[in-house]
Design a protein around this ligand. Structure first.
Ligand code: AMP
Ligand code: GLY
Length: 426
């Protein structure tokens, strides 16, 4: 079968690497892809927001399955547009993707089913938001309600911080129209976990869980990024809490969507905080997480194409996922300056040597090939991912591989997975 992957990040390289392993796939394309997806698939120069262009390509090439990586593409309705011309796609339709694309809508759904989440107020007026924030004496999180590449949630220590965050979102409009409305919510504390599940409209199949590291700085300091590293599995939540997350979060949100006439299919990603009062939802995403996908797919032994087709055909209950019990870790190597300004076009060396490290894959994110040279082309450049008997060994493999890689001003967090490693070794 012919498969088209849409997107150009580390997640899409990991998807291409995994889908390529399916014996059923005869041709694999990636639009627009990066220098890493080009090693697994044929890159096609169509932007992931060019819905008409993607549909036309899928029709011309008689694509059997389109796998959509990014949320923007889902929110623009690629899955709906493909359905109109009879092409199968993996991912929710536009109405389902609103769960991620509109945080206010997601909150309303959560509130309608008493799904545990942070208390929130929604504002479309800057003045009202300012008055509210100034009257609060506890820490808050200010969030743009629209899509902001994972950077639209600003965790504030005090009201002065929160006023600055409001100004950035609603006055300076750093996230454009995504900041037309904001949520101001109570700040929760606790470790974070990403729970990803396949959903076929009715059945929910949870994957092995993982933990992302959102802030740029070591010790979880500084600005939020798209994610600087991840590992799987995590120590928490245990089986009992996982079942609780399934019954108190995943099942009711799929039901709430259905009650709105939305049959949700694809990946349902719950970002959760394990608070003293139990797990609470920080956000829902409508696609695979980046960089969580990299360690998760390295651990998945089953043919992912079979699973994706079962999702589309409403027969997820017939599927069994087989996992490698060993842990995997992904360390993101970024351009210095990210998530603020950074420069691109820097030559990257040592990629082949890094790939020689056993059970290690260098997934590309922001990279581009110029002639014979791979150069940087984004904030998050590479996701070096390894699997091993222990998390400590997986981390050593990542770091051995990173030791071979060079580009100007490269930055990575040295403490990915440390919380789990500290607990496991003490
Ligand atoms: P979001 O885009 O909503 O997932 O937020 C991005 C990151 O901001 C999360 O991964 C958390 O680290 C942090 N965050 C979001 N909401 C809250 C909250 N209510 N309390 C504490 N931290 C939060
Ligand atoms: N890793 C966070 C995200 O994909 O949104």
């Amino acid at each position: 079968m012919k498969v088209l992957i849409v997107g150009s990040g580390g997640r899409e390289h990991a998807l291409a690497w995994k889908i390529r392993q399916s014996p059923r796939v005869t041709r694999l394309y990636c639009a627009p892809g990066n220098a890493g997806t080009a090693l697994e698939a044929e890159n096609v120069e169509i932007a992931d927001t060019d819905i008409a262009g993607l549909v036309k390509f899928a029709q011309t090439e008689k694509i059997d399955l389109v796998v959509v990586g990014p949320e923007d593409t889902l929110c623009l309705g690629l899955v709906d547009a493909l359905a109109e011309v009879g092409i199968r796609a993996f991912g929710p339709d536009k109405a389902g993707a609103r769960l991620e694309g509109d945080k206010a809508f997601a909150k309303e759904l959560m509130q309608s089913r008493s799904i545990p989440t942070a208390d929130t107020r929604l504002f479309s007026s800057y003045r009202d938001a300012k008055t509210y924030v100034a009257s609060r004496d506890s820490s808050v999180v200010v969030k743009a309600t629209g899509l902001a590449k994972g950077k639209g949630a600003i965790v504030c220590e005090d009201p002065a911080d929160a006023l600055l965050a409001l100004e950035r979102i609603m006055v300076k409009r750093e996230f454009g129209r995504a900041g037309d409305r904001v949520l101001v919510e109570e700040k929760l504390v606790g470790p974070e976990v990403s729970v990803l599940a396949f959903v076929d409209g009715a059945n929910i199949y949870m994957m092995e869980n993982s933990q992302d590291h959102k802030p740029i700085g070591e010790g979880d300091t500084g600005l939020n990024t798209g994610g600087m590293g991840a590992y799987s599995p995590t120590l928490i939540p245990d089986e009992k809490v996982l079942r609780q997350i399934e019954s108190e979060v995943l099942v009711p949100i799929v039901d709430a969507l259905r009650s709105q006439g939305i049959t949700y299919k694809g990946i349902l990603y719950a970002g959760l905080m394990m608070t003293a009062g139990g797990p609470k939802v920080l956000e829902f995403n409508c696609r695979f997480g980046d960089p969580e996908t990299q360690p998760i797919l390295m651990r998945l032994k089953s043919d992912i194409v079979d699973v994706m087709e079962a999702v589309i055909d409403n027969r997820l209950d017939e599927i069994t996922l087989v996992w490698d019990p060993r842990p995997a870790m992904c360390v993101v190597v970024a351009s210095g300056g990210y998530p603020g300004d950074y420069s691109s076009g820097k030559p990257i060396t040592g990629l082949e040597e890094a790939d020689q490290v056993p059970e290690t894959v260098v997934f590309h994110a922001g990279t581009r090939r110029v002639g014979n040279q791979v150069v940087t082309a984004g904030g998050r450049v590479l996701g070096v991912t390894a699997i091993a008997d222990t998390l400590v060994q997986a981390r050593e493999r990542c770091h051995e591989a990173i030791g071979h890689i060079h580009f100007e001003n490269a930055y990575w967090r040295k403490d990915i997975g440390f919380k789990a490693i500290d607990v496991a070794t003490t």
